[in-house]
Ligand binder design. Sequence first.
Ligand SMILES: Nc1ncnc2c1ncn2[C@@H]1O[C@H](COP(=O)(O)OP(=O)(O)OP(=O)(O)O)[C@@H](O)[C@H]1O
Length: 266
Amino acid sequence: MTPALQLDAVSCTFVSRDDPAQRYTAVSEVSLTVGAGEFVSVVGPTGCGKSTLLNVAAGLLAPSRGTVRVFGEPLAGLNRRAGYMFQTESLMPWRTARANVMAGLEFRGVADARAQADEWLKRVGLGGFGDRYPHQLSGGMRKRVSLAQTLVLDPDIILMDEPFSALDIQTRQLMENEVLALWAAKRKAVLFITHDLDEAIAMSDRVVVLSAGPSSHPIGEFHIDLPRPRDVAEVRVTPRFVELHQAIWSVLRDEVLKGYRQQLAA
Ligand SMILES: Nc1ncnc2c1ncn2[C@@H]1O[C@H](COP(=O)(O)OP(=O)(O)OP(=O)(O)O)[C@@H](O)[C@H]1O
């Protein structure tokens, strides 16, 4: 079956604005696929190039070398089959929760945008909050609105960059379970970036480990054979989870230490 997303030998080199002779290759020769309906996480040390890869998949950044295919077609420009959810707040503060969720649909000229937005707000547990502005919602609620804003457009591929990193642990686990439930219902391809190995294992079908930069590349790939449906809090205490964690951490640990050393030296 044609993968939803296929990165083939992708490298990204950034040129310094002040001194064009200075270059930094963030990722090098990265090949990565996400099957239709597959949930794949990418973990790696801080600054290794996880967001860079996601930006490439989103079509926001053209790779310096290599190719990106979306359902078999070469990607040129924005990836219109993908929806994104980023670490930072993505809500427009001057729009209500409903108006934020509706924005993308309005842009596409969808006639029943309001009804669809209300339906999605209900699905993420915010049925009664459509008229609130972002500042009148908690951090977790704002993330739920962002999730609705992404999913209302029914993308075939969902790209998530540490979407829950700013949340407290309980809210985070609730959101992770909600994402898993929504994903199970629709089975879209997900590329999930996180620095949290527990989160990656609990949620994914496959975990890809990136080396520390520069020239970061995959150094391990693990199939997560934990049964579904999963509760992210409960699955963490199962023996198989612990086994997988140990196996992946043994690959990731040295890279994390390298990443820290590089950050301190910078
Ligand atoms: N536009 C850019 N210009 C120059 N360097 C960049 C640019 N974007 C990213 N980089 C560099 O590329 C490297 C990878 O950055 P990236 O944000 O992809 O890492 P990350 O793994 O997502 O980091 P974190 O885990 O801290 O979020 C970093 O060293 C960063 O400074």
